[in-house]
Every structure is written in structure tokens, then in C-alpha cells.
Design a protein around this ligand. Structure first.
Ligand code: MG
Length: 264
């Protein structure tokens, strides 16, 4: 008997005898009534998912404030004088943004291709030309500024497009202003994981330790002007919401005749 025939025999025997293959087993049910997940049409051709808010589609600054010194060229916005902020405010979200550093590269360290994406106006995910450009690690591309480096450096060469996909969970505050739960960030850089549910220690200034200061649940997304003509394109955001389910009964088992049984 060939080894494969023997194996098939074992599998068939197990199936027939019910071994490891629960033909008449009770079904486990968790007792939660779930709300049906809404339908979302995924992005196609570099577009945005159907439920996303498009923050920049290559045409205008209509979603932004403070952009009078920034410009648009070839479907990309180019950083000019002053930070810009979204007109709309956001809390927990999924953000997609593409950025490109000037070529030829000029300057070095923090002076080369520097910008930043601030969630809730306070927490910076660093944007920097970290392609063959050393700086302090918690200040390179994909760092939470002054708190953690990215897990890896996945930066593409200046002049090409880098993509950030970010899952942001904002901090929660108690009535008295104290911190209820910190902010968390998960981020992919060009499809590579760089931050995995990283817990922020607070905001991300240059000149003092991070701190949490009570703020609104939703605040603008901010893009930093750090003196370099960084380019951005294809920016969209989805507000994320928890899945909704109500525990209507205790978890239970159901047999093949539909009878419900408690879990022993
Ligand atoms: Mg920066």
C-alpha cells in the first residue's frame, strides 16, 4: 500500500467513525445578537473605500484649512508655509496617505524630507526621507516622534511614493481631566508593519516629555510644514466604530434538532 493510500484510509475511517469530525455534535452559540456589519465597497484603482471621507483627491484643498501657501501640482499637494488641518474633526480612524520626499534629496537628518501627520492635532507620526538618511531612531520615518522608532525602516527612495495605512485609537479622558485610556496606533509603511498597537505616552513635542491633556473626542488631522516641499496624494479616512452586539442570553449549545442546552 502506498503511503498516500494508507493516509486516505486513516482519514476515511476517522470520518466514518466520527473521530475528530463532529457529524452530530452540538453547535456552540455565544448568545450575542450582532448588528449586521454595513456593506463597504473596497477601493479600486487607487480610490477610496465607499464609506471613506476623501481628504485629498488631487484636485483641491476643499477639505483643509490653512493651505493658502501650499500648492497642487500633478495631482499632489506640496507642503508650503504653515501646517494645514482638516476642516472636519476625527477621533478613532483608519487613515490612508501617500507621501513623497523631494528629489534630488537635500539636507540631512531631520532636515531632509521632514513633515508629519498629527492625529487629533497632537500626536505625530513622523514623515521623513529616511532613505539612506540617518537620524535619531525615534525621529525617523514611521516613528511616533520622540516615543518609539518604527519596527523597521521601509522607506522608499525620494521622488517615489510612500504609503502609510494607519489605525488610530484616540485617548479617552475622565470628567476630571485624568487619562482613562491612552492612544494606540498600528501602522503599515508600504504594506510593512511598523507600529503594532503601540501605546502612546502622550503628545509628541520636541522640547518636553510627552503628556496627556484632556481634549475633544474629535480633532483635525494636521499635516506638518517642516520647511521641506513634501508631496502628498490620495488621502482618505474612515471613522472606525466598534462592532455592535448585545448579549441576549448566556452562551449555549444547540443539538441537531434545534434543542438548546446549557453549557455544563
Ligand atoms: Mg516631522
Amino acid at each position: 500500500m502506498k503511503k498516500s493510500d494508507w493516509l486516505m484510509g486513516v482519514v476515511l475511517t476517522a470520518f466514518v467513525s466520527g473521530m475528530g469530525c463532529p457529524v452530530n455534535a452540538d453547535e456552540y452559540l455565544n448568545g450575542i445578537e450582532w448588528k449586521e456589519p454595513p456593506l463597504v465597497v473596497p477601493a479600486e484603482n487607487n480610490g477610496a473605500p465607499s464609506d471613506a471621507v476623501v481628504l485629498f483627491n488631487g484636485k483641491d484643498f476643499s477639505a483643509w484649512q490653512g493651505a493658502d501657501k501650499w500648492k497642487i501640482e500633478d495631482g499632489a499637494m506640496i507642503a508650503g508655509k504653515g501646517d494645514i488641518r482638516t476642516k472636519e474633526s476625527f477621533g478613532d480612524c483608519q487613515l490612508h496617505i501617500e507621501w513623497s520626499a523631494p528629489t534630488p534629496a537635500t539636507g540631512s537628518g531631520q532636515g531632509r524630507g521632514n513633515s508629519g501627520i498629527f492625529f487629533q492635532d497632537n500626536y505625530e507620526l513622523q514623515v521623513l526621507d529616511s532613505f539612506e538618511n540617518k537620524t535619531y531612531f525615534d525621529g525617523q520615518a514611521g516613528a511616533i516622534y520622540k516615543q518609539t522608532p518604527p519596527q523597521v525602516n521601509a522607506t522608499k527612495a525620494p521622488g517615489t511614493w510612500n504609503i502609510y495605512d494607519v489605525i488610530w485609537t484616540g485617548p479617552r479622558f475622565n470628567e476630571d481631566g485624568s487619562l482613562k485610556s491612552p492612544a494606540y496606533i498600528t501602522a503599515l509603511h508600504n504594506g510593512v508593519l511598523i507600529l503594532n498597537h503601540f501605546e502612546l505616552k502622550g503628545d509628541t513635542p520636541y522640547n518636553r516629555p510627552p503628556q496627556y491633556k484632556k481634549h475633544a473626542d474629535k480633532l483635525p488631522i494636521r499635516l506638518q510644514d517642516h520647511g521641506n516641499p513634501m508631496r502628498f496624494r490620495n488621502i482618505w479616512i474612515r471613522e472606525t466604530k466598534p462592532t455592535i452586539g448585545v448579549q441576549v442570553k448566556k452562551p449555549f449549545l444547540r443539538d441537531d434538532k434545534g434543542n438548546e442546552k446549557p453549557i455544563e
